[in-house]
Design a protein around this ligand. Structure first.
Ligand code: NAD
Length: 283
């Protein structure tokens, strides 16, 4: 047996096509404000990819590239202006922020109705309560979409997540639990992660450790979602799952690149369209 490769690029591309056609019917373009503080190399690439993808589907993006040493008060002031600007439908703040800024305070200041990253506590709280949030974080949302393609009924499945971050592991655990999966969240302090993964129907690796998950870690027929983006010394990008090693044993796997990454961007665009519809009361 060899694994089905879950083609995130293809799924993301059809989502983007649908978004483009939906936007074509709107009286004006949805608008996304992207705030970036300082000059982080990776953030710069992510932001440029988001802007490019937004333009492709007809979303206008306004880029606020702010000085590394901007004060918290100044940043909060900019966010407040964007919250009150009727032209702006979605607001994202590229993370990480420089250390002198309080990330929680900044995220909390974004209007929950414009929080297209789904990081605001009102949105994460609603998700925890199994209540419909205005927005769900794009990466877990994209993962759920890919999972549903290969496993339409998640109920009762044993899911193991490696990584407990606020942007991937934790919201994903809640989404899976809300679909009646049995969920284990493992992390850097978990003693023997393979004890969990060996019993898993679904493994989502989101820890940023190159090729951590090996074939001995998985059971025959497991579904594997690889969120990790790691740059090797030879310059190549790889995930947290050793793709070649697990390929014969898994039922399905997302490649890196071309799996979860494109879905994250597609879901951000989808959230921006949802924000536009929410603010224009389009059901
Ligand atoms: P993070 O640093 O915020 O969290 C990492 C998590 O992994 C933590 O819970 C930590 O305890 C755990 N961890 C670290 N080392 C571990 C180990 N050896 N064994 C088990 N768990 C370990 O990271 P993040 O922002 O969630 O990102 C994780 C990875 O996913 C990174 O490679 C990042 O680039 C990637 N990522 C990809 C996308 C995408 O769209 N494809 C989106 C977000 C993050």
């Amino acid at each position: 047996m060899s694994a089905e490769i879950i083609d995130g690029r293809k799924v993301a591309s059809s989502i983007k096509e649908a978004i483009k056609s939906e936007i074509g019917d709107f009286p004006h373009s949805p608008e996304l404000a992207i705030i970036m503080v300082g000059n982080d190399y990776a953030s710069d690439i992510y932001v440029r990819n988001k802007q490019k993808a937004a333009a492709e589907v007809g979303i206008v993006s306004q880029f606020h590239h702010l000085d590394e040493d901007i004060s918290q008060a100044e940043l909060l002031n900019i966010i407040e202006k964007l919250n009150n600007d009727d032209e702006v439908n979605g607001i994202i703040v590229q993370l990480p922020l420089p250390e002198h800024l309080d990330t929680h305070r900044i995220i909390d200041s974004i209007s929950p109705l414009k929080d297209v990253d789904g990081f605001h506590p009102l949105n994460t709280g609603k998700l925890q309560n199994n209540e419909k949030p205005y927005f769900i974080a794009a990466t877990p949302l994209g993962i759920m979409d890919l999972l549903k393609k290969v496993c339409p009924d998640l109920s009762g499945k044993n899911a193991v997540i490696i990584g407990a971050s606020l942007i991937v592991g934790r919201p994903l655990a809640t989404l899976l639990l809300n679909q009646d999966c049995t969920v284990s969240v493992t992390h850097s302090k978990t003693e023997d992660i393979s004890e969990y993964t060996k019993k898993a129907d679904i493994i989502v690796a989101a820890c940023g450790v190159a090729n951590l998950v090996k074939s001995e870690w998985i059971k025959e027929g497991a579904i594997l979602i690889d969120v990790g983006i790691n740059r090797l010394e030879n310059g190549k990008i790889c995930g947290d799952i050793d793709f070649n090693d697990v390929f014969e044993k898994a039922k399905a796997i997302t490649p890196v690149p071309g799996g979860v990454g494109p879905m994250t961007i597609a879901m951000l665009l989808k959230n921006t369209v949802e924000a536009y519809k929410l603010q224009h009361k389009i059901i």
